[in-house]
Structure formats: C-alpha cells, structure tokens
Design a protein around this ligand. Structure first.
Ligand code: HEM
Length: 148
C-alpha cells in the first residue's frame, strides 16, 4: 500500500510540475497568438486550472499525508524534531504558499491578465514563482525519501 500511495504522489507531482513546464516553456511563446483565439484558450485554461489547482493540489495533500501515515507517522512529522520533521515542515509550508499563489493566479490575476497587460505581467511572475516553489517542494520530497 505504501508503495502504491507514493506512486500516486509521484504521478500527481509529475502532472503538476510537468504541465507547468509545458505551459511556460512550450505554450508561452505562442500566448499572443493564442489570445486571438480567446474562446478556446479560455476553455483550455479553465480546464487546466480545474484539474491542476482544484484536483491535483488537494490530491497531493491527501497522498502526502498517507505517505506519512505509512511512513514515519503523522505525529512524528509534525513534531519539529529531527531532520525529517524540519524538512517536512518546510515542505508543508511551501505547499500552502503554492496553494495560495495558485488560487490567486488561476482565479484572480490570470483571467484578468487575458484582458489587461499589467495583470498579464503579474500572472507571469506568479506563474514562474510557483514553478520554482513547486520544484523546491519536489526536491524536499526527494530529500525526505533520503531521511530529510
Ligand atoms: C505540489 C505539491 C507536492 C509535490 C510536487 C510533491 C512532490 C514529492 C516528490 C517528488 C517526492 C519524492 C518521492 C520519492 O523520491 O520517492 C515526495 C515525497 C513525499 N511527499 Fe510530497 N509533494 C507535494 C506535496 C506534499 C504534501 C502536501 C505532503 C504532506 C502533507 C507531502 C508529503 C510527502 C512525503 C511524506 C513524501 C515521502 C517521504 C518519504 O519517503 O519518507 N508532499 N513528494
């Protein structure tokens, strides 16, 4: 069971980070062109936001807590004692930061950015910050795997 949960956690992480890399590195150069096709682009982004922020992020929390349950134990992880717990608490804090930034990006500044340049710049900055924070979270996950 523990292996299967970790597998699901990794699949979730691959989607979350993979889709962000795809958006920023592959799709972004065509953003201006795509904005001309607003209707379809809106629908793609809305679906992406729903799957990413609304489904995958809570899924990461659930599978993450289950990883702990089958691993070191939830109490131990939140105790703040030892390398494992300290790395975990940092990861947990960054997770909530990413969560807040994602909601801000996907439901507030992102939709406005499709209409106005100044919001587009903020959305871009928040999007890139979110990718870097998510990569840090994944790195901390790997660190936990090696004992913290
Ligand atoms: C964006 C969110 C997240 C990403 C991208 C992510 C990514 C990862 C990755 C890449 C690993 C390494 C797996 C391995 O090397 O085997 C991992 C492990 C882990 N993650 Fe996450 N994670 C996220 C959120 C969370 C959350 C919210 C929790 C807990 C509430 C959590 C708890 C864990 C635990 C306990 C492990 C396994 C550590 C061990 O093997 O002892 N993760 N995560």
């Amino acid at each position: 069971m523990a292996t299967f949960i970790l597998f699901l956690h990794i699949v979730g992480a691959s989607f979350w980070i993979g889709s962000m890399l795809f958006l920023i590195l592959v799709l972004h150069p065509f953003l201006r062109e795509l904005l001309k096709e607003k209707k379809i682009f809106y629908r793609i982004l809305r679906r992406y936001n729903f799957i990413g922020t609304t489904l995958i992020l809570p899924f990461m929390l659930i599978t993450g807590l289950l990883n702990l349950h089958y691993g070191v134990g939830i109490k131990e992880a939140f105790s703040g004692k030892g390398d494992y717990s300290r790395t975990f608490l940092l990861k947990f804090f960054l997770y909530w930061l990413v969560f807040a930034l994602s909601v801000f990006h996907d439901y507030l500044v992102g939709p406005k950015g499709l209409e106005e340049e100044r919001f587009r710049k903020v959305a871009r900055f928040v999007g890139i910050a979110n990718l870097l924070l998510s990569l840090t979270i994944a790195f901390l996950g790997v660190k936990l795997r090696f004992g913290g």
